[in-house]
Design a protein around this ligand. Structure first.
Ligand SMILES: O=C(O)CCC(=O)C(=O)O
Ligand SMILES: [Fe+2]
Length: 326
């Protein structure tokens, strides 16, 4: 079992219908798929790999010396030496992470980092917006409707952030995850993952043939991995427009820590603005036409994020429910 790999360039050619069908299956049946031939120049992707590798070199000593997870694992291994029972670390992740946004301070070193990553972010934003158009078409929404919801009818810019992660070699990968299992909170997530080292896994949906086993999101050179977040799954806004009404589910995923290799991954998040009003989702089980008529109170995406940061690694339904009662 492997997640679909879709040739995105075919969307603009004779094979448009077949490609749309593949994308529909990617969103509906998987919640995770990979795009090749995205139109992003390989030359840019090569530069992105290089500047991100270079920046990690500058961060590596800091990770080894002062990362809290590294320290916690060292303590645990020490306890093992003293004969104490071992228990996996459940509240930390074995990762080095920093985030980029246009209006936040940027690393000044290496010198080409900012220029390259700004260019990369522009390209990825174009791709994200093209994919939103595909989602709108598949869901029968008007063109630009998702952006309209994400921007609160044009009041705010949608949130657009990029997370640069590395998952350095871990001496005891059975005792900690690279990133614990979760679904993403927001809208559309585009991932440029390492093509040498794996570790990303997703959980196929049980209603769609999953049997509870995690599968690898196989590294494919210069592909962009696409997944959708909780806000795409939900029923949206005061007017009860339906975004996907549970059709495009946010899929569970995780990163395994590994003994070798330093997995790099660059995730771009295209989310609602924090101030955008989104009506709470209802659990999938009750996501039927009758429920669509219920007048759910709206909430701000920022309020969802407050709940999310506390419950990220738990089931998503209680998050939706917590906001439904606000
Ligand atoms: O590092 C990755 O490949 C994925 C990271 C991720 O799932 C996240 O940041 O939400
Ligand atoms: Fe994620």
């Amino acid at each position: 079992m492997a997640i679909p790999v879709i040739d995105f360039s075919k969307l603009d050619g004779d094979e448009r219908d077949a490609t749309l069908a593949e994308l529909a299956a990617g969103f509906e049946e998987w919640g995770f798929f990979q795009l090749v031939n995205t139109g992003i120049p390989d030359e840019l992707l090569e530069r992105v790999k290089k500047v991100c590798n270079d920046i990690y070199k500058l961060r590596e000593d800091g990770f080894k010396e002062s990362n809290p997870t590294v320290k916690a694992l060292a303590r645990l291994v020490n306890q093992e030496g003293e004969g104490l029972a071992m228990k996996k670390i459940e509240d930390m992740d074995w990762e080095d992470v920093f985030t980029l946004q246009d209006d936040l301070p940027w690393p000044s070193n290496p010198p080409s980092f900012k220029e390259t990553m700004m260019e990369y972010r522009r390209e990825l934003k174009k791709l994200a917006e093209k994919l939103l158009g595909v989602m709108e078409e598949l869901l029968g929404l008007e063109e630009g409707q998702i952006r309209k919801i994400f921007s609160n009818d044009g009041d705010f810019e949608p949130f657009y952030g990029t997370k640069v992660s590395h998952y350095p070699p871990c001496p005891r990968p059975e005792l900690v995850d690279g990133l614990r299992a979760h679904t993403d909170a927001g809208g559309l997530i585009l991932l440029f993952q390492d093509d040498r080292f794996g570790g990303l896994q997703m959980l196929p949906n049980r209603n769609r043939g999953g049997d509870g086993r995690w599968i690898d999101v196989q590294p494919v050179e210069n592909a962009i991995v696409v997944n959708t977040g909780d806000q795409i799954e939900v029923r949206v806004n005061q007017k009860l427009l339906v975004l996907s009404n549970g059709r495009f589910k946010s899929a569970w995923h995780r990163i395994l820590a590994t003994r070798d290799g330093n997995r790099r991954s660059i995730a771009s998040f295209y989310n609602p603005a924090r101030m955008a009003n989104i009506a709470p989702a209802i659990p999938a089980a009750s996501g039927d036409a009758t429920a669509a008529a219920v007048d759910y109170p709206s909430f701000r995406f920022g309020d969802y994020m407050e709940v999310y940061v506390k419950q990220k690694f738990q089931a998503k339904e209680p998050r939706f429910a917590a906001l439904a009662t606000k």
